[in-house]
Design a protein around this ligand. Structure first.
Ligand code: SF4
Length: 411
């Protein structure tokens, strides 16, 4: 199958035209071989469809140049040879190895799926340090529906939220990255099918925010990636776990350095020592101990990152240490809620790129525990969740009226 940008001609005589964004290369053919082969492939398909097609055009937008490509015997042979190779590769059980340290990869649209550095490192083909992935910031955003009794449906290319037949909100599906449903909200089959086609996941939560399920069409086809993940998880993955914990401690330290008003030097020194110790931990037990000590240091400094009026005993945002399941006060409620959203986000991301969120490296696999999502959340907790909570409190965006206290417990 080929998609022709433009076809020009008359009667049965046609030539395909391919538009290219850049400039024509400075070589005798004024084009690259893949471009000529692509055009020739289109020409061969047009011939099969009954047209006479002996040439095509490459149009380079930046240099405003039109380059004629003749489909001579050499080019046709080369195209057929490459097609045979392509068929052979497509028929293999394993995908071809990614390019090694190629400058093409960072700009490739498949980099998030192909994961070239990570795949090569796991297969022992790459010794260079991994290049960090820089995900783009998509314009689409998650849609959260917490209006009880609402019905979420589809009208053409829009997602519509109705309650008692009244339209409450309408969003273009193009602008939706995820649909999150809280409590008793219905979703129509028509919408679900459209979300599957567009690869938009739907996440279900209880009324209280407990993440209970996800629907996202067919699972990823990247079998080899999952196989390697299971092998690494079974082998223990201490080295990966060390770096995750070290990353978490360093990020906690960064947040503290930027926000604490007093008493930092000692805590910063202890966190720096903890990050180094995490990288050389000899067992999961010692890594847990290092992480626990760093967390105690970090959370003991949390009041220093709050505005002064919140630091008074009895204030809505007074801090008395980290507690959970259930969180007992307003700050712990916010932290737990932000962490659960982060884990949800990472569970969805794991599934989207083909990982199994239940096979982790630091958090041991256990029934019902998305260990890999929890692992990945470690490094991001301070930067995404804690900093968000601090901003919400210090900027006055949440207050006492936003919490319900029952039996002495905030929610
Ligand atoms: S990221 Fe793109 S260019 Fe790099 S190996 Fe994968 S598919 Fe090829």
């Amino acid at each position: 199958m080929a998609k022709v940008d433009l076809l020009e001609g008359a009667g049965g005589l046609v030539r395909p035209i391919e538009r290219k964004r850049g400039t024509a290369p400075d070589n005798p053919e004024r084009s690259w071989e893949p471009e000529r082969v692509q055009l020739c492939g289109q020409g061969l398909l047009l011939r099969v469809a009954g047209y006479v097609c002996d040439e095509g055009l490459l149009v380079f937008a930046e240099s405003r140049e039109r380059v004629l490509v003749r489909f001579d015997d050499a080019l046709v042979d080369r195209t057929l040879c490459l097609l045979a190779e392509l068929r052979h590769t497509a028929g293999r059980d394993e995908p071809p190895a990614p390019l090694l340290d190629s400058p093409k990869c960072p700009r490739c649209s498949l980099v998030g799926i192909c994961l070239p550095d990570e795949t090569n490192a796991l297969a022992g083909r790459q010794e260079l340090p991994l290049r960090r992935l820089m995900p783009h910031d998509p314009s689409a955003r998650p849609v959260y529906v917490s209006e009880q009794g609402a019905v979420v449906g589809r009208d053409g290319g829009r997602l519509e939220i109705k309650r008692k037949g009244e339209l409450v909100a309408s969003v273009r599906l193009l602008d939706v990255s995820q649909l999150c449903i809280f409590g008793n909200v219905q979703v129509s089959t028509q919408l679900l099918r459209e979300l599957f086609v567009r690869e938009i996941p739907t996440c279900w939560f209880s009324y209280g925010g407990w993440f209970s399920g996800i629907a996202e069409g067919l699972p990823s086809k990247h079998v080899e990636l999952r196989r390697q993940q299971v092998i690494m998880s079974a082998q223990g993955g201490l080295d990966i776990a060390r770096r995750m914990v070290a990353g978490k401690i360093k990020n906690s330290r960064t947040l503290l350095r930027r926000n604490a008003r007093e008493g930092q030097p000692d805590a910063l020194r202890r966190l720096a020592t903890g990050a180094v110790a995490a990288l050389t931990a000899t067992s999961f037990g010692s890594l847990l101990g290092i992480e626990g000590a760093a967390a105690r240091t970090y959370f003991s400094m949390l009041p220093a990152m709050l505005r002064t009026e919140h630091q008074l005993p009895g204030a809505t945002f007074a801090w008395d240490g980290r507690n959970r399941r259930p969180p007992l006060d307003a700050i712990n409620c916010l932290l737990s809620y932000a962490y659960s959203l982060l884990v949800k986000e990472l569970t969805v991301t794991c599934l989207a790129v083909g990982f199994d969120p239940y096979f982790g490296f630091y958090q041991r696999p256990r029934f019902g525990r998305p260990a890999l999502a929890l692992d990945l959340a470690e490094e991001f907790r301070p930067l995404l969740a804690d900093s968000l909570v601090l901003n919400l409190i210090n900027n006055g965006e949440v207050g006492a009226a936003d919490f319900v206290v029952r039996a002495g417990v905030s929610a």
